[in-house]
Design a protein around this ligand. Sequence first.
Ligand code: G3I
Length: 345
Amino acid sequence: MPRALLTFVLLILMSACKKPSSEECGLEKSLYQQANFPLGVAVDPTYFSLPQYDTLVSKQFNSITPENIFKPSYLHPQENSFFWWEADNLVARAQQNKQRIHGHTLIWHKQLPIWMLNYQGTKAQWEAMFKNHIQSICQHFKGKVEAWDVINEAFNEDGTLRNFIWRQHLGDAYIEKAFRYAHEADPQALLFYNDFNLAYNERKRAAVLTFLSKLKQRGLPIDGIGMQMHIAINYPSRGQINSAIQAAGETGLLVHLSEVDISVNPFNKGDLDKEELFNRQADVLATVVLAYKALPSRYQYGISFWGLSDANSWIRDFYQREDYPLLFDDFYQPKACYCKLIDLL
Ligand code: G3I
């Protein structure tokens, strides 16, 4: 048999015997319909004009987190005025799609309006401003927003509390005050603390979980912890991922993997072997999902991805690098990590 014909026959045989790879799949299934816990995605309303974006967000996810438009700089641009229009539109869309809305975020050290950063006043005036901000927003969305990231990223990497305007003017108690004010304004809302690097940085994780457990033991109205999970294919380790998610479950708080993305190019290399990287990305996501599924179901608040497609990811802008951290590619096609996720849910 001529060599070329032999090669052709062998290729046909090999492709016929190829294991059906989970790296390829279609969109016949829906992530949230496969899962026993909510599947969420951070959304930017400017992308809803893209049919693929609109369809995937509504068909694949039953929870949404506004990526930016619920942050203080967007909702509270002037001391005496709030901007609800864009947020209300997103809430209405989510309600039409019967999607949970996870409010992000009431108190942070970033994306604050200038007036807040420059605020001058007595301790009492600072507290009144802080309380008004929190309660105005929680009251506005009462009965519509199911949960809030009340405090976002209050800890430094060394496990100490960030020394930012809130702590400078209200003391360490600003954190519990924020939860009490939010609960007062909307007693039905679930209230979360949200932070990053809780798998990779064991010191920070220990500090955060100890702090939250003490608040919970003292009867503070705190319901959950958001582990952002902005991770990469080479860190944290599988062991760190498993230990972190298990430790969060041991606090008795709801656990939200709140901002999942998995960088495939953390060191900004060129000439990427995308197929190999995407398969590694799928394996890391499998570790995360299996660890999450091992939690008692009563603690499984859900898994939310920080963006829909690689084209929407904050990582490219923030780090100014080529990266493909999310479930769908730049053409809104499912990647290996999506196919792996569908298999595992
Ligand atoms: O809206 C303006 C636009 O008018 C302007 O033309 C444009 C160019 O300067 O900037 C736009 O604002 C950007 C905003 O995203 C909306 O796209 C800001 O510059 C940019 O800094 C902002 O980045 C956001 C970042 O938080 C801010 O720290 C990202 O989209 C968002 O994904 C990211 O999300 C955070 C979470 O809230 C908390 N956890 C970490 C996560 C990643 O940093």
